[in-house]
Design a protein around this ligand. Structure first.
Ligand code: KG4
Ligand code: ZN
Length: 363
């Protein structure tokens, strides 16, 4: 039995978790403690890096203690410590990684610096035992990517946003129509009573051969409509949200559909391979329904981990540490010397996209 402590502080959640892996290879989440800072940032309409870093400093020790005691595990019983080392807000990364290094040094256990995106990428193996290879659609406030997951540490980025992240588009739309932060859930709620056919918003990059995404034009179109018909009634807000959400689901259907088709070309013999969806936007029911249909059309299956494990958490970081340990990717001395990286692509060979994931509220 292996037990890994995970620490996550890359954005506005302070989180710690203990995950175990038994000899039969079955994982179990022994504790999963997440403290959201949403209230600290709400007044500013987005995450303020300085406030986030200070909040992590104040909360982390207590969160780690809570995760250990809830799991009924003391430091001596751990087999390793995994911490998010990037990408994310540098202040928070420093707090989490330094805390992990201190715990590792004091307990003599190995340290695993984990890429936050790898945590999202491997979660479906913790929750659903998904086998390699599979496709990951990561849709959060800071990232919108399609990644081919071939193995632990073996990733190929197929698509990314060339401007705004999808969650950012939801958050900005919410702001434009006067809904509070975080915007995604509020836009989804308002859309339920809206007329999706009232406004015609663009479907960015539709028909283009590349697999990438773009969402900034959509936000501009929402701004134009909102300005033109201001002041907005509740019905106007609902109609804008519904029309926006339809533009998003249709865009995802077309864009992600191209990646699924490519996956089928690369792996023609894979039996019902998985599309794994992760990130906060994966909570959106209209988007899930669209992806479900899309997967069925490509003889693939949609795997959506429970929402609490789709959004930022430390169980996914502990799990990535266990996957690395099991794959023999222990980091030894190097782990202790690892410096946090605010930008750290999963696929280092993929060319950086100007602006991608850099300007988001949670980027
Ligand atoms: O993964 P996450 O919790 O944090 C990071 O960005 O890392 O994702 C948060 C993002 C926010 O932009 C939020 O508005 C969006 O996910 N989101 C949603 C929904 N719930 C959260 N977007 C659309 N529909 C939702 N139901
Ligand atoms: Zn995340």
């Amino acid at each position: 039995m292996l037990r890994m402590l995970g620490i996550e502080t890359s954005c506005d959640e302070t989180a710690a978790s203990v995950v175990a892996l038994d000899d039969a290879g079955t994982p179990r989440i022994l504790s999963n403690v997440v403290l959201s800072q949403i209230e600290d940032h709400a007044a500013f309409g987005g995450v303020v890096p300085e406030i986030a870093a200070r909040a992590h400093v104040e909360a982390l020790d207590g969160i780690v203690e809570a995760a250990l005691s809830e799991a009924g595990v003391d430091l001596g019983e751990l087999d390793g410590i995994a911490a998010t080392a990037g990408p994310g807000l540098i202040g928070g990364l420093i707090v989490g990684l330094m805390t992990a290094k201190a715990i590792a040094a004091a307990s003599g256990k190995p340290l695993f610096p984990v890429n936050h995106l790898e945590g999202h990428a491997l979660t479906a193996r913790l929750t659903d035992g998904v086998e390699f290879p599979y496709l990951l659609l990561l849709v959060s406030g800071g990232h919108t990517q399609v990644i081919l997951v071939r193995g632990v540490g073996d990733y190929e980025r197929w698509a990314t946003t060339i401007d705004d992240a999808l969650g950012e588009a939801f958050d900005k739309t919410a702001k434009l129509v006067g809904l509070p932060y975080p915007g995604g859930p509020n836009v989804e709620k308002a859309a339920q009573s809206g007329d999706a056919a009232r406004f015609s918003f663009p479907r960015p990059l539709r028909g283009e051969a590349r697999l990438d995404f773009s969402f900034s034009g959509l936000k501009t179109a929402v701004r134009q409509v909102a300005t033109a018909i201001a002041p907005l009634s509740d019905q106007d807000v609902a109609d804008i949200c519904a029309s926006f959400q339809r533009a998003i689901t249709e865009t995802l259907e077309e864009r992600v559909g191209k990646s699924l088709a490519r996956f089928r070309e690369v792996y023609p013999n894979a039996a019902t391979p998985a599309l794994v969806v992760a990130g906060g936007v994966a909570a959106n029911k209209a988007i899930r329904a669209t992806l479900d249909r899309l997967c069925a059309a490509h003889d693939m299956r949609l795997v959506a981990p429970p929402i609490a494990l789709c959004t930022d958490n430390a169980a996914m970081i502990a799990w990535a540490g266990l996957e690395r340990m099991r794959a023999g990717l222990a980091s030894g001395e190097e782990g202790m010397l690892f410096a946090p990286r605010s930008r750290w692509p999963l696929d280092e060979s993929a060319s950086p996209m100007i602006g991608s994931g850099k300007r988001g509220a949670k980027a």
